[in-house]
Write a protein that binds this ligand. Structure first.
Ligand code: ADP
Ligand code: ZN
Length: 756
């Protein structure tokens, strides 16, 4: 086999390296290489036309016989790598679990894949790969792996070892049954057709005549089918349905308040796509909130739905991906990374709650799943539907300008009314009561009435812990994290002061570490305190707190939501995770304790986020037969984010907010690239960005900074920002001309949504 210099990308912060690899090795296959002295996964990128002069090392192994991912997905990855300034190898694990390795002993017309490898016949393998992509059944055992654990069937295969002169009659029955079945059978089936016990298999296995392999259970993730309540679409829904053609690319923004029937439109569209023999990619912001949706999907499309999300264990994840590679599911529902799932022949993409920030990755590679979904739809030539009650202003502006097609659902189906929203002015409460209160009298009264009627209430406070921070009243010192530039939050349940950025924790001191006075005092209540307060106020009520502290365990958020839905909870208190997607038939009161909390952060989207949060949480009240009531406590009742939320008027809000964005040159009117530098000292971080700034010379670019990041230190690393504003084209050109060193101090966040 002829070895030639070949470029290999590693899934590490390193530039591509050159190794010796078999000539003709196609780009896109995974290889194993040695870096320094450890083994690493890499992605072959084709022959290196200008290899370095140094002596090159050979690769250790070729892992895939051909690129496993469908060609369009590889195109999407290559686009994403260029757009977000990362390597394709960094995106690969989002599509394909690293531990999922093909089986080189798999047969194709009696020829093992390894046979072609030994001959260096990469072109034969590449052709085979093309054929496999069209019909995975030509290599059915490619991804069967004995190493895969978890639920599954055991498959028994002949090893091909020469038969010994003599076997027992029971063993002969097994061998014959396997021969007849073409060499492999599922264990239960085999035992039944041979009419022998499992112990015989064990003996044959020991003698090396058969091998048992765990085959991923393609059906393990099937959900219980719920009951399908087919509805007749109303006129608005029907109009929306008819407006989305399936055969070619187009972006559709479906705007409609919670409960207006968006999901019914998605379901009807999915039905059409499936009827045309194509597949549906369905993105949701958070899987824990979608159990209702999954039931509805399973009821409508039994056995055809697969689900992928971070909460799955390794075996389940493999099952998931294998199922997609095998074309074993027609609808794939998943969170952010699912946008890169190896689903083929996509005929429709749905992005539900498209405004949600969870679609944006806050770690490298910092992809935005909604934006990549649009690119994917373009590559696949299909329609994409972005749905929300409160679309992002980016999508809304695109719809206003005609780039996206706007579809609206203005009415809720009969029998469901919008809740009544009221405001409590906390400034007035303070004047009257002469002290700060967490729950003002009008909300308190509403709570008592709701409980008396046997209905449920939800209280939202977007801050977890007991108290936001501790301050010394004598000297003014606040207790901060030693590793980060933020204060520690008091958690009373486990008596700790804890950093919400790095997790550092400490037992609260008795006296101020600076001045020694015992005047330390907590400031700013959190959900833990509200829960305690409610327990004192309503001793008989069943109170459940849901925030990041109480939902760490997998499935606990879902369990809490289901308990609430089943009526086992009277008051639900928690953070913004409660505002999303879930509905409770018995919930009639929603209280937001500090509606303007989110307005104080220095972020041009603060207003938009607050409006979205308030509107979404208001939508939780009174969805079924009972009328709902929403009470917003606020210190700034005149703020547009609050007044438009009060009127539940999305279009009004957008019309008032967009001119500000335009005036200040923020998205959706310009695009942003945030370059972050992290270093051991602030000076190093600043110098890295200043040097970078010197090199920028692209016309049409506005540069802000370098400036200290809003949180200038996290985990002992100092952080500076450089913000670039310009068109997407200009920002793309900056990246093309000034590519970042993956091992350098500067990282890029394109289209950033978090500026911390
Ligand atoms: P959204 O996704 O906008 O929140 P859904 O599609 O979940 O709204 O609809 C809310 C509720 O109204 C669901 O229970 C749904 O079955 C019901 N619904 C939606 N459209 C109709 C319709 N045309 N006729 C009757 N019920 C409907
Ligand atoms: Zn910290």
């Amino acid at each position: 086999m002829n070895l030639v210099p070949t470029r290999v990308q590693l899934n590490r912060p390193l530039p591509p390296l050159t190794y010796l690899a078999p000539e003709g090795l196609p780009a896109g296959v995974r290889v194993r290489v040695k870096v320094r002295n450890s083994l690493s996964f890499g992605l072959a990128m084709g022959a290196d036309p200008a290899p370095p002069a140094a002596k090159l090392r050979p690769i250790e192994a070729v892992l895939d016989p051909f690129p496993l991912l469908p060609p369009k997905l590889r195109e999407l990855q290559s686009f994403a790598a260029r757009y977000y300034g990362c390597l394709e190898a960094h995106l690969l694990p989002l599509s394909l679990p690293q531990a999922l390795l093909p089986h080189w002993e798999a047969d194709e017309d009696g020829q093992r894949l390894s046979f072609h490898r030994e001959r260096g016949a990469w072109d034969v393998l590449a052709d085979l790969g093309e054929a496999w992509h069209r019909d995975p059944s030509i290599l059915p055992t490619l991804l069967h792996r004995s190493a895969l654990r978890g639920s599954g069937f055991t498959e028994v295969r002949l090893t091909g070892q020469p038969h010994p002169p003599r076997v027992t009659p029971a063993q002969a029955k097994i061998l014959l049954a396997l021969e007849e079945a073409g060499g492999a059978l599922m264990e239960p089936e085999l035992l039944e057709s041979a009419g022998v016990g499992a112990s015989v298999l064990g003996t044959l296995e020991k003698r090396g005549l058969v091998a048992r392999m765990k085959r991923v259970d393609l059906l393990a993730q099937r959900r219980e089918a719920g009951t399908d309540r087919t509805v007749t679409l109303n006129a608005e829904q029907q109009t929306a349905l008819d407006a989305v053609p399936l055969g070619h690319f187009g972006v559709h923004l479906l705007q409609g308040v919670t409960g207006s029937g968006k999901t019914e439109v998605y379901l009807a569209l999915a039905e059409r796509a499936l009827a045309e023999g194509r597949r549906v990619l369905w993105l949701v912001p958070e899987i824990g909130l979608t159990s209702r949706l999954l039931d509805r999907l399973e009821a409508r499309f039994p056995g055809r739905v697969a689900v992928g999300h971070a909460g799955l264990n390794a075996g389940e994840k493999h099952g998931d991906v294998v199922r997609l590679l095998f074309n074993g599911a027609d609808i794939f529902v998943g969170v952010r990374n699912a946008v890169l799932a190896p689903l083929r022949d996509i005929g429709l993409i749905i992005v539900d709650e498209e405004h949600e920030g969870s679609y944006k990755s806050e770690e490298h590679p910092r992809i935005h799943a909604r934006d990549l979904a649009i690119k994917r739809a373009q590559l696949e030539g299909c329609s994409i539907v972005l749905g929300s009650a409160t679309p992002s202003l980016e999508s809304w502006q695109a719809a206003q300008s005609g780039r996206y097609h706007l579809l609206q659902l203005k009415q809720r189906p009969a029998g469901i009314t919008l809740p009544k929203v009221e405001i409590v002015d906390l400034r007035e409460t303070y004047r009257k009561m002469r002290r700060k209160v967490i729950i003002a009298p009008p909300l308190m009264q509403a709570l008592a009435e709701t409980l008396a009627r046997g209905e449920q209430a939800l209280l939202l406070l977007n801050r977890r812990g007991y108290e936001n921070f501790w301050m010394c009243r004598a000297c003014g010192k606040t207790l901060g994290c030693p590793h980060c530039a933020i204060s520690l939050t008091y958690h009373r349940g486990d008596f700790r002061l804890r950093c919400h950025l790095c997790g550092h924790e400490t037992v609260p001191p008795e006296a101020c570490p600076d001045c020694g006075a015992d005047h330390l005092r907590g400031v700013g209540e959190g959900t833990e305190q509200v829960e305690e307060h409610l327990n004192q106020l309503f001793p008989g009520a069943r109170i459940l707190r849901l925030d990041r502290d109480t939902t760490r365990r997998r499935g606990s958020l879902e369990a809490g939501l289901l308990a609430t839905e089943a009526g086992h909870v009277d008051i639900l208190v928690g953070t913004q995770m409660l505002a999303k997607g879930h509905t409770f038939p018995g919930l009639t009161l929603v209280g937001v304790l500090n509606a303007d909390q989110g307005l104080k952060v220095a972020d041009f989207r603060a207003s938009e986020r607050t409006f979205q949060l308030l509107t979404q949480v208001a939508g939780r009240a009174g969805r079924a037969e009972l009328p709902g009531r929403v009470i917003l406590q606020t210190y700034s009742p005149e703020h547009p984010a609050i007044t438009f939320a009060l009127a539940q008027d999305f279009e009004g809000f957008a019309a008032s907010e967009l001119p500000f964005r335009e005036g200040l040159g923020y998205p959706p009117f310009t695009a942003l690239s945030l370059y972050r530098a992290e270093a051991d000292t602030l000076r190093e971080a600043r110098e890295a960005l200043e040097a970078f700034r010197q090199r920028l010379s692209v016309p049409g670019l506005r540069v802000l900074g370098p400036l200290e990041a809003p949180v200038p230190r996290i985990k002992d690393r100092w952080r500076m920002h450089l913000l670039l504003k310009g068109s997407r084209g200009v920002l793309g050109e900056v990246l093309a001309r000034q590519p970042l060193d993956p091992a350098g101090a500067i990282s890029l966040d394109r289209d950033p949504i978090q500026f911390g």
